[in-house]
Write a protein that binds this ligand. Structure first.
Ligand SMILES: Nc1ncnc2c1ncn2[C@@H]1O[C@H](COP(=O)(O)OP(=O)(O)OP(=O)(O)O)[C@@H](O)[C@H]1O
Ligand SMILES: [Mg+2]
Length: 356
């Protein structure tokens, strides 16, 4: 399998997908917190980063290199911009896939100003030669520029001004250890708690000039899969609904009705997630069942089920991957409101869906 591609497979335009779509990109800049105080949640990361940056400022030095790792939409790009803002330094933004040749990187590095923040998104997707050049740049603030080809090629050493590299990756495990080790500080971003997402939603609603009640924000937060990007996206869709179907104000009822239209359920599962779970429960008695069989049952590609639907179901404790196949957890039966076949003899007063 080719793990080089970090984008999710196409489960076309999922409302609960965590990777940014075009609309997200257009509006996200306006919703980004500008400094550490405004950045919600991630308490540990904020506290540690605050120390790193304060200490550097006090020394009048350039901050150490920072690696940000975490799932899409948790705030890595946002934090990189905050780091630059807190250091009152300019920021240069590029990404691993944009750096094909070591020369591309040399050109960027050699044009950095002293103290500048270089944000290297998707750093795990950089080419090998560029990566090796980066090792030296990070450690010694120096690069060797190769001039000429073949036997006549010579390496010309080039001094660089001190800079701060901020690398971001959704897959820290894919980074070669020599690269990982050259970061002075690594921040692991976690999924957000619902109460934190409520604060994200209130803040965004405020910026978008949308009226929202506490209940309404809580309802959206609970369906946002621990991800600010998804919270902001659901907020925009609920806002649309509130404007068209009501007076524009977001209440719990409005949020529920809007998200029912978009088929995002109370735990943030969408149609695909539910289809997978439903097939597992109804057709295979909760499993174990092989991935391929499950995929055929829901009419999707294996990869779509495995990479798009399953990670969240596993994270939520609704599905388990076992050596014998996929298995539903008790929480899955509860969530879909289906009584497991073995449970009817217990006579606990629940409806018997399977006949007497
Ligand atoms: N802690 C936070 N507080 C408030 N808003 C946040 C926070 N983290 C992220 N956001 C919002 O979520 C959106 C996505 O964040 P961002 O682009 O920084 O994610 P990312 O981790 O860089 O994602 P990707 O891996 O796709 O590049 C932004 O609009 C940002 O405003
Ligand atoms: Mg980003």
């Amino acid at each position: 399998m080719n793990w080089d591609d970090t984008t999710e497979p196409t489960a076309a335009e999922r409302l609960v997908g965590s990777v940014a779509d075009g609309e997200d990109q257009a509006v996200e800049a306006a919703l980004r917190p500008k400094d550490l105080d405004e950045f919600i949640g991630q308490e540990k990361v904020r506290e540690q980063l605050d120390l790193v940056l304060r200490a550097a400022r006090a020394r009048g030095a350039t901050a150490d290199h920072v690696l940000l790792s975490g799932a899409p939409g948790l705030g890595k790009t946002t934090l990189s911009m905050i780091i630059a803002a807190e250091m009152e330094a300019p920021i240069r933004i590029t990404s691993g896939p944009a750096i094909q040749h070591a020369g591309d990187l040399a050109a960027i590095l050699s044009s950095l100003q002293e103290g500048e923040v270089l944000f290297l998104d998707e750093i795990h997707r950089m080419s090998r030669p560029a990566e090796e050049m980066l090792y030296m740049a990070m450690e010694d603030f120096r690069v060797d520029v190769i001039v000429g080809k073949g036997p006549g090629a010579t390496a010309i050493p080039l001094e660089l001004p001190p800079f701060t590299l901020v690398g971001a990756t959704t897959r820290a495990g894919l980074l070669p250890p020599p690269l990982r080790d050259r970061f002075g500080f690594t921040a692991h971003m976690e999924f957000y708690e619902p109460t934190e997402l409520e604060r994200v939603i209130h803040r965004s609603a405020n910026l978008l000039d949308v009226g929202i009640e506490a209940d309404g924000a809580a309802e959206i937060a609970g369906r946002s899969r621990g991800t600010p990007r998804i919270a902001n996206r659901l907020l925009r869709r609920v806002r649309d609904y509130a404007q068209v179907k009501a007076d524009g104000r977001i209440t719990r009822e409005i949020a529920e009705a809007a998200l029912a239209v978009y088929e995002v359920d109370a735990r943030g599962l969408d149609r695909l997630d539910r289809a997978v779970l439903e097939a597992l429960l109804k057709l295979f008695g909760g499993g174990p069942v092989g991935l391929s069989t499950l995929a055929v049952a829901v009419g999707e590609e294996r990869e779509t089920v495995e990479e798009v639907a399953e990670p969240f179901l596993v994270r939520e404790g609704l599905l388990a991957r076992t050596p014998r196949g996929r298995v539903a957890t008790p929480a899955a039966w509860t969530h879909l409101g289906i009584v497991p076949p073995g449970a009817r003899a217990t006579g606990n007063g629940q409806g018997d869906l399977f006949g007497a």
